[in-house]
Design a protein around this ligand. Structure first.
Ligand SMILES: *Cc1c(COP(=O)(O)O)cnc(C)c1O
Length: 397
């Protein structure tokens, strides 16, 4: 575990420091990648691409999987095949990394930001249902935002930090409205909701294998769906929309979004270690929760009774009054000791990049941004390093 593998260049902890979340490469990665080089299968066609797709589909219990260059590309294609058009709207979590909202803008649609729930920070089902029922009207078989008049074209819940969204109320409301559900499951491979795997809850779902995710290919993504027609179309659009196996003829604008065999090889090796990674993440979360349980003003990271969380990124909340310092002061105090921590994302209804999106109040997402702090939780984090983090947090006030 070296700091040089850290995914946040410019913010590397000093040698001997403790990084937030770095890849864990301890399996067959070398062997499978070497096999690609030895056999000359290095590009976006090859046995590891097929195998990685098959194994992710199996893991999620989906009929089809399509590998992509990254999770954002997977989200972009999912929106396209789900039929989202320019000047339509997509419900999405307010408290998330910005990628899903960017993807909504790529297709010319507008995000409608739904606030987070207090306890888990996930898309609040009550807020999503309220918007679909009270904020929208039915016009000629379509559901339209009363405020903008635009058609609601999809719902995109984001399972943040390794924990699932409370999906059933959202699924019911979306089905009733006749709108497809695209899961952004990029942070939560391996998690489950009421026994059903994340990625199998809506109509189509996306995963990411970016460097800090639970398993990584350096960069990569995956679309999973039970719909054969959608999977076929994702594959087509991801390979420049080539219409003929031989001739270079195209009837649509396509993309160059296919994962390479070399990276898929790494993905296959990483997937073999997924369960081990989940065990490590859960152990790390349990230890932090136990250590901070008696500290006034710190709220640990828990999971709902209906959730099997993978605790991808351990995130606690800091009450500035009761703890005696706020999350950013704690961040700086830990940073001074070589311990890398991170705040969560600016809620997207506040993002200048999303100017023009329908205005929404998302007070809970704002409170999470102010109070949340993610702690070092690499799969390879040693017990000694975790104890050092715990001591530093407890002594910071
Ligand atoms: C990481 C992430 C993505 C995008 O994945 P990339 O592979 O980095 O493109 C999308 N949504 C969320 C919530 C993420 O955390």
């Amino acid at each position: 575990m070296t700091a040089s593998r850290n995914i946040e260049p410019g913010a590397l902890p000093q040698a001997g420091g403790i990084a937030l979340c770095v890849p864990h490469l301890r399996g067959n990665e070398w062997r499978y990648i070497q096999e690609c080089l030895d056999t000359n299968w290095v590009s976006s066609v090859g046995p590891f691409v097929d195998r990685f797709e098959r194994e992710i589909a199996q893991r999620v219990g989906a009929a089809h999987a399509v590998a992509t260059t990254c999770g954002t590309a997977a989200l972009h294609l999912s929106l396209l095949v789900a039929g989202v058009k320019p000047d339509e709207e997509v419900l999405v979590s307010a408290l998330t990394f910005i990628a899903p909202a960017n993807a909504i803008r790529y297709v010319g649609a507008w995000p409608v930001f739904i606030d987070a729930d207090r306890e888990f920070g996930q898309m609040d089902p009550a807020a999503a249902v309220r918007f679909l029922e009270e904020g929208c009207e039915r016009v000629g078989g379509q559901v339209r935002n009363r405020a903008t008049g635009r058609r609601i074209a999809a719902v995109m819940p984001v399972h943040i930090l390794g924990h699932p969204v409370d999906m059933d109320p959202i699924l019911d409301a979306a089905r009733e409205a006749g709108v497809p559900i695209i899961e952004d499951a990029t942070e939560s491979l391996g998690a489950a909701y009421k026994g059903r795997p994340v990625g199998k809850l809506g109509d189509i779902a996306c995963f990411s294998f970016n460097g800090n995710k639970l398993i990584t290919t350096g960069g990569g993504g995956m679309i999973v769906t039970d719909r054969a027609d959608w999977a076929k179309r994702c594959r087509y659009l991801s390979t420049q929309a080539k219409d003929d196996p031989l001739e270079y003829v195209h009837s649509e604008i396509g993309f160059n979004y296919r994962l390479t065999n070399v990276l898929a090889a790494m993905g296959c090796a990483q997937l073999e270690g997924l369960d081990e990674c989940i065990v490590a993440k859960r152990r790390i979360a349990e230890r932090y929760n136990e250590a901070f349980g008696d500290v006034a003003g710190l709220t640990g990271m828990t999971a709902a009774s209906w959730a099997a969380s993978v605790f991808w990124l351990y995130t606690m909340r800091v009450d500035p009054v009761r703890f005696g310092m706020d999350s950013r002061a704690l961040l700086r105090a830990l940073d001074a000791q070589g311990i890398q921590t991170r705040p969560l994302w600016q809620p997207l209804h506040r993002s200048a990049a999303m100017a023009g999106a329908p205005a929404m109040d998302c007070p809970v997402a704002e409170e999470w941004q102010a109070t949340a702090l993610s702690l070092p939780c690499s799969v390879g984090l040693t017990e000694a390093d975790q104890e050092r983090v715990i001591r530093a947090v407890r002594a910071a006030r």
